[in-house]
Design a protein around this ligand. Structure first.
Ligand code: NAP
Length: 302
């Protein structure tokens, strides 16, 4: 099976990118979309993010084979409740939220009896909104699908095909495992970036203009992550609380060890750790998950 009619709820960075990628897929997929913000709907129409931008969520999902919720994690339940009465019984409901356990539970509660197959494309930028999306966002990026126990295998396979047709590489795993993996690979790094940028801007012994002037020393790379959407990231930490706290404890233990190495002048410990981490960076580049250029090739996406 394949999805001929796809409805996208939430037309920001991720929803818009899915719509644009489908427009370019050459398969004739019909797309509809809805966003709660009327100004976003105006921009979505102007950019042609989907074939039909609807002013009502029910109208957007009527007749759809696949509905993808692309709203902030904390808005998933309300977005699902708003479409419940208009869904076709055969359709698959998916999402793109950055945490999976609480979303799976919320969607199952809001849409009892429907085929719910959550997903998370591990792709994004620090920009958000209807002007941020682009068709190639998912190219060569992973999309993690977290089918609940008992999910229909044919529908899971169709969702895998769907994401592969957008250029993504797909992995399936359990929702709880996803949340622990993403806590360490995405959520804690964002927390560190938000914290270090906040700490630097609060410092009284170093002026803000010095922080900005000398940012190429490392700070600049944190500021890109710390410019990410505040609503999205607030919701991620509220909804992936347990896994983030577990990984944060591990990180704080390692940070305390590093602090002790600096205090004790243990250069060997630092050298060994930094050598190990340099090797991780090289393997990420070797796997095509980042660019070796100093600006990570990001100037190409302007
Ligand atoms: P975004 O650009 O802010 O787009 C989300 C859109 O959904 C906004 O226009 C928002 O309107 C709208 N919305 C909020 N509540 C709604 C509702 N109940 N019904 C319909 N529309 C609603 O956010 P995004 O970056 O695309 O993120 C969307 C989802 O993707 C999030 O769950 C996030 O965790 C996940 N994700 C993000 C990234 C990333 O890097 N950004 C990567 C992977 C996954 P308002 O602005 O008016 O609220």
């Amino acid at each position: 099976m394949s999805f001929r009619r796809v409805a996208i709820i939430g037309l920001g960075l991720i929803g818009g990118s899915i719509g644009l990628a489908l427009r370019d897929d050459g398969l004739g997929t019909v797309t509809t979309g809805y966003d709660a913000d009327p100004a976003v709907r105006v921009r979505a129409r102007a950019r042609g993010l989907v074939d039909h931008v609807c002013d009502d969520p029910g109208e957007a999902v009527r007749g759809a084979d696949l509905v993808i919720l692309c709203v902030p994690v904390g808005a998933m339940r309300d977005a699902a409740a708003a479409i419940a009465a208009d869904l076709s019984p055969h359709c698959v409901i998916s999402d793109v939220g950055s945490s999976k356990r609480t979303i799976t539970d919320a969607l199952t509660d809001a849409l009892p009896g429907f085929e719910i197959i959550p997903a998370h494309p591990v792709a994004g930028t620090e920009h958000s909104g209807p002007d941020a999306g682009f068709a190639t966002l998912f190219n060569q990026r992973w999309c993690i699908i977290t089918p609940p126990p008992g999910a229909n295998p044919a529908k899971v396979a169709a969702l895998v095909d769907f994401w592969e047709s957008l250029g993504a590489m797909v992995e399936t795993m359990d929702a709880d495992h996803h949340d622990r993996v993403l806590a360490v690979t995405s959520h804690i790094p964002h927390l560190i970036a938000y914290t270090i940028v906040g700490t630097a801007s609060d410092m009284e012994t170093v002026t803000r203009s010095e922080v900005i002037k000398y940012s190429a020393g490392g700070f600049r790379d944190f500021t890109r992550i710390a410019a990410s959407d505040p609503t999205m990231w607030r919701d991620v930490f509220l909804h992936n609380r347990d896994a983030v706290l577990e990984m944060l404890d591990t990180f704080l233990t390692d940070l305390a060890l590093m602090r002790e190495a600096i205090r004790a002048g243990d250069g060997q410990m630092m050298f060994d750790t930094f050598s190990r981490t340099r090797a991780i960076r090289r393997s990420i580049v070797a796997l095509g998950q980042d660019d070796p250029r100093p600006d990570f090739g990001r100037s190409d996406h302007k």
